[in-house]
Write a protein that binds this ligand. Structure first.
Ligand code: ADP
Length: 585
């Protein structure tokens, strides 16, 4: 998506999100305008006070008139702050309501997106949108918008008032502004690309930082600390580089801008003095201009800050919109029911963007059969397994449960039919009991223990000080990767779906875990349709059918014994596997 259309999407998205709260926002704006109006009243009152007292002995001054003006001034100041408060109250209420709407919409949306969506994005990217971009909107709507309206109205009203009182002095007050605005506008246009690059670098730095922290155990284990730190440091350097460039390009124009909007006394004072001495303006007019003209341009800062924030906010808003407008999985209005729990693939093709990774895959796993995918790394096994729970949809061909194409089923129905255990196991920072119960919220303790026994984890759970109530996580029970894997199998078992897809984790290759996993799989295979991606061939020797996948195609198929007799790649893999067993011995 190009940046322009991104920004348009952002603006349209912003307006759409703000629409339900427009009443509050309009009133916030109106109160901000009123606050500015009342803020100018005391200056005009000063004009009348000076007119009354200028050149008169104290005794001749109309005291009642002066006190009336003084109280009117105090009243105006009080009203100004009342309206500032009301404006901020309403802008914050709308901001928090909009934030609430966005957060709910994003959460709801994320739940409808294909699982592949999360595969293609880093946690850092999604986190940034959900936390920073959404938070930024609160500041923008709650603070920046009322500030902007206030600053804009202040400048317009002050200009009008000054021109009403004396157009010549008004011109002297504002004559330096165009130079400042021009310098700013040119620089703003000129470093547009630089700013975009900075935003991207900032986003990359965020993602790199999260990866660096999350990957710390692996980084340390493989002694890649320096290398991984270099990657993170590079992302920080990139970000700093663009920040430096932006500072450099801003230096001169911002100086001109600053002088032009704050130093108008350089013109106003001599011109005013000359006109007063020449008798062409009164003292009260001179005083009014000195009071109102001094710092007349300062609110312009708010306007330019708003310009920069608007751009940043639209970038963030575009990222929010991109999530909200991401295509959910297409789902039929009326889902077909499933007849049988066999899994069938017919001429399945799939490509990541333009790279074809599955090329005409066929297979049949009859109900309650055990099928294994094996093959070299990168062959397409994981992709194939992930197509079954619809991480993505097939590019061509079809995947069916029984006679029903999975795309004709309601997603919830599809999910009810299957459980999947993939390598990146996620366990909540909660008790083992609660983690297992995720598989079946109304499970009894006995059911939970049965599942844990079947997945070969009951014994290690009982060995923990708090048994099933042991909390997993940083401060809780330390469990090994293999144990985690078996817990996730137990959780899947509890769900008791007829089909189970298991991507056997490569990370935990210890003989004890291997034997336990094999037992768990044998247990599962008894009454489930089981599809296992195997990295260790010994755990799938009992499979009803083994599919050997290479470069996105099925190159061999059969049982373990058949493949040993007729297969070539499988036999090579088996020999290599046996050799590694030999090494272990
Ligand atoms: P296997 O499980 O057999 O190791 P995969 O299904 O993981 O193979 O990968 C098959 C091919 O698809 C590989 O070339 C891999 O680099 C590529 N691939 C996997 N996931 C993605 C992804 N999310 N985006 C782009 N390419 C991918």
């Amino acid at each position: 998506m190009n940046t322009e259309s991104k920004s348009k999407g952002g603006l349209a998205g912003l307006i759409k999100l703000a629409r339900p709260h427009k009443g509050k926002m309009i009133f916030s704006g109106l109160f901000s305008i009123l606050a500015q109006g009342f803020g100018i009243v005391p200056f005009i009152l000063v004009y009348f006070i000076v007119t009354e007292i200028a050149g008169k002995p104290v005794g001749e001054i109309d005291r009642q008139f002066i006190w009336r003006l003084v109280f009117a001034g105090i009243g105006a100041v009080v009203l100004k702050y009342v309206f500032v408060g009301l404006s901020l109250l309403l802008s914050h209420l709308s901001a928090y309501n909009i934030l609430y709407d966005i957060r709910v919409s994003i959460s709801e949306k994320l739940a409808t997106l294909p699982l592949g969506y999360f595969n293609e994005r880093t946690t850092g990217q999604i986190k940034k949108v959900m936390l920073e971009d959404v938070e930024q909107m609160e500041i923008f709507i709650g603070h920046n918008m009322p500030d902007f309206i206030g600053a804009f109205v202040h400048i317009v009203v002050t200009t009008i008032v000054l021109f009403i009182f004396d157009w010549r002095l008004a011109l002297a007050t504002i004559c330096m502004l165009p130079m400042g605005i021009l310098a700013y506008a040119i620089a703003f246009r000129k470093n547009k690309d630089l700013r975009k690059k900075f935003y991207t670098a900032n986003e990359n730095m965020n993602a790199a930082m999260i990866q660096y922290i999350q990957g710390m155990p692996i980084i340390k284990a493989f002694n890649h600390t320096v290398e991984s730190f270099k990657k993170y440091a590079k992302s920080v350097q990139d970000c700093a580089y663009y920040e430096d460039r932006i500072c450099e390009t801003w230096f001169l124009p911002m100086t001109i801008f600053h002088v032009a909007i704050t130093a108008n006394l350089l013109v106003l004072l001599p011109v005013g003095a000359m006109m007063y001495l020449a008798g062409s303006i009164t003292l009260s007019t001179f005083v009014l201009f000195l009071l109102m003209g001094f710092g007349f341009g300062s609110p312009l800062y708010q306007l330019i800050i708003f310009g920069g924030l608007m751009e940043k906010n639209l970038e963030g808003q575009a990222r929010i919109s991109a999530i909200l407008s991401a295509e959910p999985l297409p789902e039929p209005t009326v889902g077909k029911t499933v007849d049988g729990s066999g899994v069938f693939a017919l001429d399945v093709e799939f490509a990541y963007k333009d790279i074809k990774v599955l090329k005409g895959i066929d297979f049949e796993v009859p109900a309650k059969h055990f099928m294994a995918f094996v093959g070299p790394s990168g062959a397409g096994k994981t992709t194939l397994a992930r197509l079954i729970p619809r991480f993505w949809d097939v590019g061509a061909g079809s995947l069916s449960l029984g006679n029903t194409d999975i795309r004709d089923m309601k997603i919830d129905d599809l999910m009810d039919e299957m459980t999947f255990v993939f390598q990146n196991i996620f366990l909540f920072n909660d008790s083992i009991y609660e983690n297992l119960r995720m598989g079946k919220p109304d499970a009894t303790q006995a059911e939970i223990e049965d599942a844990a026994r079947a997945a070969q984890c009951h014994d290690f759970i009982m060995g923990l000080p708090d048994g099933y109530q042991s909390v997993i996580g940083e401060k809780g029970a330390k469990i090994s990767g293999g144990e985690k894997q078996r817990l996730s199998i137990a959780r899947a078992l509890l769900k008791n779906a007829p089909i189970l897809v298991l991507d056997e984790a490569t990370a935990f290759i210890d003989p004890e875990n291997e034997a336990l996993i094999q037992e768990a799989i044998n247990e599962l295979a008894r009454d489930k349709t089981l599809i296992v991606i195997a990295h260790r061939l010994s755990i799938i020797t009992s499979a009803d059918q083994i599919l050997v996948v290479e470069e996105g195609k099925v190159v061999e198929r059969g049982t373990h014994n058949e493949l040993l007799e007729t297969g070539s790649l499988y036999k090579q893999m088996w020999d290599a596997h046996k050799a590694t067993l030999g090494w272990k011995l």
